[in-house]
Ligand binder design. Structure first.
Ligand SMILES: [Cu+2]
Length: 314
């Protein structure tokens, strides 16, 4: 089986004020602890060599209880701890400000994909978040089944999604780009393929995207696409999937209203191309074993028709 790795999964190239604060704290810790390690290990090594026992030598002068020494080696660690505490508290306030009263975005974890809702516009999509560049986005996190964990390493801290308990997080991107996020709390068979992307774009592009997403699904045009919609209704697809505008509003599976505009399918497991969509419809279990979509044993013709339908849904 061939999987694609999609994007830059690194916490070492922060692209938001929150992620940068965490990165800087990590560096500070690394430097301070590294320096302490070198000093202590060096002193031990020096003492081992320099003061090793020699033939005929007496015990050195004992200095137990020396006040000056006691004060120095209590004060230094104390100051180090105070400094790290202050830096940590500062990082926490930078990377985790209090949530906005009303979230810009609601993200719901499902086994094994992400539901993305924009409460202001009512737009619902899956596994692909769009945000305007340079604008902090308040994200509310929920889950419908088990614990998942939401993390876009370049854009902010990570946070657990807990069924029945809403958590909040901020994401923001300094530069336009596509940032990879993933689930970091083991949540079952396809935990490793619960990716998503954050597309950060200039405000005007974001507005265009939002405008397109708000539209209900376009009526199919091509002959195959018209039949594809019929197949979609005929099988039980609508029991799980929503398509806005055709009276399909189930929320068990990804919203397919503008599926053709998305870059990936199956939460990042494949690129969203006609061939990969065909493979998915032929047998989702082959593409993503364990995925909660059954194999419908569709004929080649039905698969082509469904593919034609979804290709039109941009
Ligand atoms: Cu998960």
């Amino acid at each position: 089986m061939e999987f694609i790795a999609t994007g830059n999964l690194t916490a070492f190239d922060p692209q938001s004020p929150g992620a940068r604060a965490i990165f800087n704290l990590w560096h500070l810790g690394f430097l301070v602890f590294g320096a302490i390690f070198v000093l202590v290990a060096g002193a031990i090594f020096y003492a081992l060599v320099r003061y090793r026992w020699r033939e005929g030598e007496l015990d050195p002068k004992q200095i137990a209880g020396n006040k000056t020494v006691e004060i120095i080696w209590t004060a230094i660690p104390f100051l180090v701890v105070v400094m790290l505490f202050t830096a940590t508290a500062r990082t926490m306030s930078l990377s985790d400000p209090p949530p906005a009263p009303k979230p810009d975005l609601i993200v719901v974890g499902h086994q094994w994909w992400w539901e993305i809702r924009y409460p202001d516009s009512g737009v619902v999509t899956a596994n692909e978040i769009h945000i305007p560049v340079g604008k902090p986005f308040s994200v509310r996190l929920d889950s419908v089944d088990v614990l998942h964990e939401f993390w876009v390493p370049q854009l902010g801290r990570k946070m657990t999604t807990v069924p029945g308990h809403l958590n909040n997080i901020w994401i923001e991107a300094d530069a336009p780009g596509t940032y990879l996020g993933f689930c970091t709390e083991f949540c079952g068979l396809q935990h490793a393929w619960m990716h998503f992307h954050v597309v950060a774009e200039p405000q005007a592009d974001f507005d265009d995207w939002m405008r397109a997403q708000r539209k209900p699904a376009a009526a199919p045009v091509g002959e195959a696409a018209v039949k594809g919609l019929a197949v979609f209704r005929q099988f039980t697809c609508v029991n799980c999937h929503a398509v806005n505008g055709i009276h399909a509003d189930a929320r068990v599976a990804p919203d397919l209203t503008h599926f053709g505009s998305r870059k990936f399918l199956g939460a990042g497991v494949r690129e969203n191309t006609p061939e990969n969509l065909r493979a998915w419809l032929k047998d989702p279990q082959e593409v993503k074993p364990g995925a909660l979509m059954p194999n419908f044993n569709l004929t080649g013709e039905q698969i082509d028709q469904l593919t034609a339908y979804f290709e039109e849904q941009r």
